[in-house]
Design a protein around this ligand. Structure first.
Ligand code: AMP
Length: 301
């Protein structure tokens, strides 16, 4: 694996690879890699001739008072993990290269970004779509892999790619979870032991709603109330949002169906966590979670 720091060099290398007819698979991340990121890299390894990983903690997607400075970073550890997962090129640019003096362009996806994380983090998605569009311009990928843990982000990036006619296939990948069901996140490292156990309320809430859905309940209001009850059992958990939305429009639904996704963001202590799940899909289908609904309820309840 080779690490490239220069934006220009990355772009020149990518254009040369394309000229040779190589397929570039790309995984953009903010680093501090975990199994979720590695699952994207392994899939990218299978699908592309050349696998490129970017690590860039993008300042423009963090709002004032958010955790930009506290965001975990460890390039040596990331390099070892990335190399093991088959990465060919690790692109690690500086902020000054991505946003040089005089930089004045941004990409905005309307509608889909008004709700959920977009409502609670104003400007967040503008930062995401702008940096992803720029990275696509630099890395020239044929395909780019994103996790569905960031369900709204994936929807927004698909929309942007289609609307701007970018010649990149967007591949969505399943959520990778820890043994107890907590969705893996670089931010989990900021949780204390007590908070980590309280953080199981996210998956516990999903399990409550999915269980009720499985028993025939379709009223979103009731499913949300059940999920809310589970989160409110935890002293340090504060709901940011808890919604059941249509998977393509992200509009709230009144009656859940097989296109309905429960999406939630919960602050546990100072750490903001997100999760989501199609209510109609059994939890046992989720990779890395060997527990069934009832086990989840008892281990998180
Ligand atoms: P991040 O470094 O948090 O910006 O994430 C980089 C990519 O990894 C995004 O496409 C995320 O959706 C994806 N990702 C993060 N956590 C997970 C997870 N637990 N399972 C699958 N993909 C993930």
């Amino acid at each position: 694996m080779e690490t490239i720091h220069s934006l220009k060099e990355m772009q020149v290398r990518a254009l040369a690879l394309k000229k040779q007819g190589k397929t570039i698979a790309f995984v953009p991340t903010m680093g501090y890699l975990h199994e979720g990121h590695l699952s994207l890299l392994r899939e990218g390894r299978k699908r592309g001739d050349v696998l490129v990983l970017s690590i860039f903690v993008n300042p423009t997607q963090f709002g004032p008072g958010e955790d930009l400075d506290a965001y975990p970073r460890d390039l040596d550890r990331d390099s070892a993990l990335a190399s093991e997962a088959g990465t060919d090129l690790l692109f690690f640019p500086t902020s000054e290269q991505i946003y040089p003096a005089g930089y004045a362009t941004s990409v905005d996806v309307e509608g889909l970004t008004d709700t959920l994380c977009g409502a609670s983090r104003p400007g967040h998605f503008r930062g995401v779509t702008t940096v992803v569009a720029k990275l696509f311009g630099i890395v020239q990928p044929d395909l780019a892999l994103f996790g569905s843990k960031d369900f709204q982000q994936l929807a927004v990036i698909r929309r942007m790619t289609e609307d701007l006619n970018l010649p990149v296939e967007i591949v969505g990948m399943p959520i990778v979870r820890e043994e107890g069901g907590l969705a893996m996140s670089s931010r989990n490292v900021n949780l204390s032991a007590a908070e980590r156990s309280q953080a199981l309320c996210l998956v516990g809430a999903i399990a409550q709603a999915s269980n009720a859905y499985g028993e025939g309940e379709r009223r979103a209001e009731v499913l949300i109330a059940l999920a809310r009850q589970r989160i409110e059992q935890e002293p340090d958990a504060r709901i940011d949002y808890l919604q059941i939305c249509n998977d393509s429009t992200l509009a709230d639904v009144e009656l859940a169906d097989n296109q309905s996704v429960m999406l939630l963001s919960v602050r546990v202590g100072k750490t903001r966590l997100i999760d989501n799940h199609y209510l109609s899909r059994p939890q046992r289908d989720i990779p890395f979670c060997r527990f069934k609904i009832n086990t989840w309820l008892s281990c998180s309840g």
